[in-house]
Design a protein around this ligand. Structure first.
Ligand SMILES: [Ca+2]
Length: 190
């Protein structure tokens, strides 16, 4: 091999070494990109799993129809028409609901808050003492009421008033009313 052949051979070797190096480099770069993408996907998956767990733990409640308001696991509708008690209950039944039962302070606070915001002062709640005077039952379950929020001195009309209501004049606390009074609006719950 003369000198020129040797130089050409060296140059060829250097060029192929460089090409091999570039090929290897490109391969490593590609693998690095794939790995990086995989890590990002795994992080996103972990975040999504955490979000799903967190949503499962929350009480997200039901999806209520338009104009109905969600609170805890129920939907509530504040009616606009003044009707007697039985008509109010029928109005709610049209929507697959009943006049509202109020089972604890938290639920009562929710109802009171909404009643206070409306300009209507009088609402029926789904409570009656028709069967036995003084024993109040909820119409949705037909079970005896255990939680009460009577205004002081209420109920006070005996057998002439067997339906429960919320009345602005009594600080939006509960009163007993004659069931045929047509000045009250329904609050429905389902
Ligand atoms: Ca009564």
């Amino acid at each position: 091999m003369n000198r020129i052949h040797f130089i050409i051979a060296c140059m060829c070797f250097m060029i192929s070494a460089r090409a091999f190096e570039e090929m290897q480099c490109s391969k490593y770069h590609y693998e690095e990109q794939i790995l990086s993408k995989q890590i990002r996907m795994e992080i996103r998956l972990e975040n999504l799993e955490e979000k799903v767990d967190s949503m499962k733990q929350q009480d997200v409640g039901p999806t209520c129809d338009d104009e109905w308001i969600t609170f805890k696991s129920s939907c509530y509708l504040f009616g606009r028409v003044q009707v007697e008690f039985l008509e109010a209950e029928r109005f709610c039944q049209v929507y697959g609901a009943h006049l509202v039962s109020i089972n604890n302070q938290e639920e009562n606070d929710f109802i009171t808050r909404h009643v206070s915001e409306l300009s209507a002062p009088k609402f029926w709640i789904g409570m009656v003492d028709k069967e036995q005077e003084g024993t109040w039952k909820w119409v949705d379950t037909n079970k005896n009421a255990k939680y009460f929020n009577w205004h002081n001195g209420q109920p006070n009309q005996g057998t002439s008033a067997n339906c429960g209501a919320i009345f602005e004049d009594f600080a939006n606390k509960w009163v007993d009313e004659p069931c045929t009074n047509r000045q009250f609006r329904p609050i429905c719950k389902k």
